[in-house]
Design a protein around this ligand. Structure first.
Ligand SMILES: Nc1ncnc2c1ncn2[C@@H]1O[C@H](COP(=O)(O)OP(=O)(O)OP(=O)(O)O)[C@@H](O)[C@H]1O
Ligand SMILES: Nc1ncnc2c1ncn2[C@@H]1O[C@H](COP(=O)(O)OP(=O)(O)OP(=O)(O)O)[C@@H](O)[C@H]1O
Ligand SMILES: [Mg+2]
Ligand SMILES: [Mg+2]
Lengths: 464, 464
């Protein structure tokens, strides 16, 4: 007899945690650190706060093949409002990032999964302290009830916030394997620091080594902005939901202007003429046939303005160049920013760099690929990432012969990065994105070849 | 002001459908067909029924760059009990496969996601007809309420089941791109038929072409069996849950024997001696310290018998050989079955084959990799799959020079296949699994090299 059963979201992700990046003790330790760090960076950058983040990882126990650590992370970000603290980190699929805006977080899973991983490997509750800078600091000690996807409070306290502190502190215990994960964790911070010079990051590791990445720029990057959906980013279900949530007496013209990104009055009128729907039709009078026609027209009409890329927050070519130079001291560096584009109604920008020689890792002729998405360094799953696929293809046609190692850096900033899994380590090969990455790489490779020819010619001229 | 929000599982997977394989119209059509087909195969094989499955895909409309299809699938499987029909296909994270047993399905998502994809691209409800072979056949027409993760009934009917029909029929509409997906869909069925000679499969495509894969064996494979968790497959959270669900007066020795796979009385006693816990301790008297000690001991004790691989349902070397021979008519074929192994308490078996020449696709010297997991052909994401990574590494050390194309087939059967994402297209590189795949491939490659040498020597002997 088959056993039919329903799982809560926390039971589902607990059962399938490897899909979220918690596949073995070393990788889980890496994932927990990066997910919490990314939450802190979002909490700062989305609010134009210069980030100050401290992460401390200390060994507190040993098992047969793994170690138990205490992980402590503190930020000076926005903090979490009292009423949301427990849900934010004690409930899966609870998030402030379910809006159309560029951010590192997107799924509503990472922080809660990390804390759950600690709970299932050590049995200890977690401590979260947070304040939005108001008169109170709130502290909760809790566990996650996996069956019901709810936080279970062990204790709660509030303190007077005398010094108007604002930020979040998380402290919990988890099993991991730092010796095996160390290289990835340190690289993650190095690659992050290279592109976030406005952030002050301190990582204290179990060996007592302090990795400090001081702030070198006192200006926050332009924060990303929230937008409404673009007509090319919707499906029939979303259209019906948007219609249902609007007053039935509203006209379809007003609805289009109110609901969609960059659809003004005249665009709406032109579009409705194309769709053969009267602009003054009330939403309440739209039957299924008309809604279907509206939807088909929305996806096929080519008169909509492309999504606005000013709402994105790219790294910036200067920051990219200076960060790579500081980190790798290359002999040659070139950067390129592709014109903004969009994928299914989501604006995106590709920024890229090529660096040669100096302390670029690898052997002569190697091309190391460094990938970023929404300012997150991606260190795993290279083989299935669109940037890797494009680079491998270009290596065939460009036949780069280089006497020193090369590195290519790719960053994609978007309101929705098409990650291949909730582990956020590889980007799917969406055609528009693939095209921009290819054009960026071609430009960099061509420029590099020209540079090499000049260098070789100079050398030969000197020889004669 | 940040907008904090909770999503239901259906809202979450709707928003992130590309992670489940619904990334573009061609891929979505492929995913919908395979997910529903895999449900039908499970419904037959798990119940020792010789599968008879009919899939019909017919074009019913056109949009600018895509087409609208009606997808109809019928099987003679177990059917779904009346009370579970709507939840099985109208609710996410509802499944009969949340048990420890080998099956194609594992997430409780695939069927429901496919129907939801149809709903969001066409707005039409779905029709499901099912009977478990009893006196009634039930028909439901419904949609999925994405906000609440619930089915919304449009109509329900029951019919007298005069001919004791048993099975399930699903009919719905979805947007897709068959011209682009066709090659993958046909290959999927061909590769499935090659390893399931007991299945009778008919696919009728939009061009009116009939792809018929008749049954050639009248015997069902040994069905997989359900098992309890193995001690090496648990974490502290699961241990606590198992303890809480057992009567508090039960002794810890009885608890171990009752709760775990292949833990008998004497094993339990030996283990508890190692864990320094008295066998007659009542579960109710286990405090957190003792539970922690019990857990640490369970994961480190090496005296547990390995998981039983008889509960798996491999393809079988004969079936593998005959299926590949029938499909590709190679000049040379070799098969190998690795001894059973286990990964985190989950038993698994690797079966592999190498075929050369004949109608094997590709150029001379190419090695095409065909991957299967729990009898599902995996056609996407090759670059991140463990089998691909191993093969690429072995190509370096074996330097195969072949005058004709080669193919390597890999099948992994397990109670839990470590898929990299809910799209089930690539397998993660778990060390124990990677090792078995490598040993299987090494054996095949060595045997092939010996064969080639004999052939070459014979040819030279003939020449003299
Ligand atoms: N350090 C922090 N400061 C402020 N808010 C935070 C912090 N950490 C978490 N949050 C809040 O908790 C929510 C849930 O975090 P979580 O990491 O689980 O999901 P997410 O960041 O929204 O998405 P993702 O799964 O992609 O990381 C966030 O959306 C944010 O609102
Ligand atoms: N054709 C069918 N015959 C019998 N039962 C079915 C059929 N299709 C679906 N079911 C039932 O519905 C449940 C849900 O199916 P669904 O495809 O959504 O998830 P799953 O198969 O359990 O997991 P996965 O997401 O990995 O496919 C199945 O577990 C099974 O019990
Ligand atoms: Mg997060
Ligand atoms: Mg399924």
């Amino acid at each position: 007899m088959e056993e039919y059963k329903e799982l809560s979201p926390s039971e589902f992700f607990y059962r399938n945690k490897e899909i979220a990046g918690f596949s073995n003790p070393a990788r889980s330790l890496y994932t927990a650190i990066r997910e919490l760090f990314e939450n802190s960076m979002d909490a700062c950058e989305l609010n134009e706060i210069l980030p100050e983040i401290v992460i401390s990882l200390r060994k507190v126990g040993e098992r047969q093949k793994t170690e138990i650590y205490r992980l402590y992370i503190q930020d000076n970000g926005s903090g979490i409002p009292k009423k949301h603290i427990l849900n934010a980190l004690g409930k899966m699929l609870f998030s402030s990032k379910y809006v159309i805006r560029q951010s590192r977080g997107t799924f509503g899973l990472g922080g809660t999964m990390s804390l759950l991983y600690g709970q299932i490997t050590t049995g200890k509750p977690v401590k979260v302290v947070s304040s939005t800078g108001n008169s109170q600091i709130h502290q909760y000690v809790f566990k996650i009830d996996v069956r019901s996807n709810q936080p279970k409070i062990y204790s709660e306290k509030s303190y007077r916030n005398y010094r108007k502190w604002r930020g979040t502190i998380i402290e919990f215990y988890l099993e991991g394997n730092y010796p095996k994960a160390m290289r990835y964790i340190i690289n993650y911070f190095k690659l992050t620091a290279a592109i976030t010079p406005h952030a002050d990051i301190l990582f204290l590791d179990p060996y007592g080594t302090m990795y400090y990445f001081p702030r070198t720029i006192n200006k926050t990057p332009q924060p990303p902005k929230k937008i409404k959906p673009h007509p090319h980013g919707i499906d029939l279900e979303l259209l019906k939901t948007l219609i249902e949530r609007s007053p039935s007496h509203m006209t379809v013209k007003e609805f289009l202007v109110k609901s969609f990104h960059r659809v003004g009055s005249s665009t709406a009128v032109k579009f409705l003429k194309y769709a053969k729907i009267r602009p003054d039709t009330k939403l309440g009078d739209l039957d299924d046939t008309l809604i279907d026609r509206l939807y088909t027209a929305l996806t096929s009409y080519d008169g909509f303005i492309a999504p606005n890329s000013d709402i994105l927050s790219p790294i910036g070519e200067d920051v990219l160049r200076e960060g790579i130079t500081k980190e790798f001291r290359p002999e040659y560096i070139d950067t390129v920013t592709r014109p903004p584009s969009s994928y299914r109604g989501h604006p995106f920008i590709v920024e890229a760099a090529l660096a040669y020689g100096g302390e670029i890792p690898g052997q002569a002729g190697d091309i190391t690929l460094f990938r970023y998405a929404n300012k997150i360094p991606l260190l795993y799953d290279e083989g299935s990432d669109v940037s890797y696929i494009v680079l491998e293809r270009l290596k065939q046609s460009y036949r780069i012969s280089s006497d020193k190692p090369l590195a290519i850096f790719i960053h994609i900033a978007s309101t929705k990065v098409p990650f291949k899994s909730v582990g956020k380590e590889a980007i799917a090969d969406a055609p528009e994105i693939e095209r921009e990455i290819e054009l960026a790489m071609r430009t960099l490779l061509r420029n590099f070849i020209k540079y090499r020819r000049r260098v070789v010619r100079k050398r030969e001229a000197v020889r004669r």
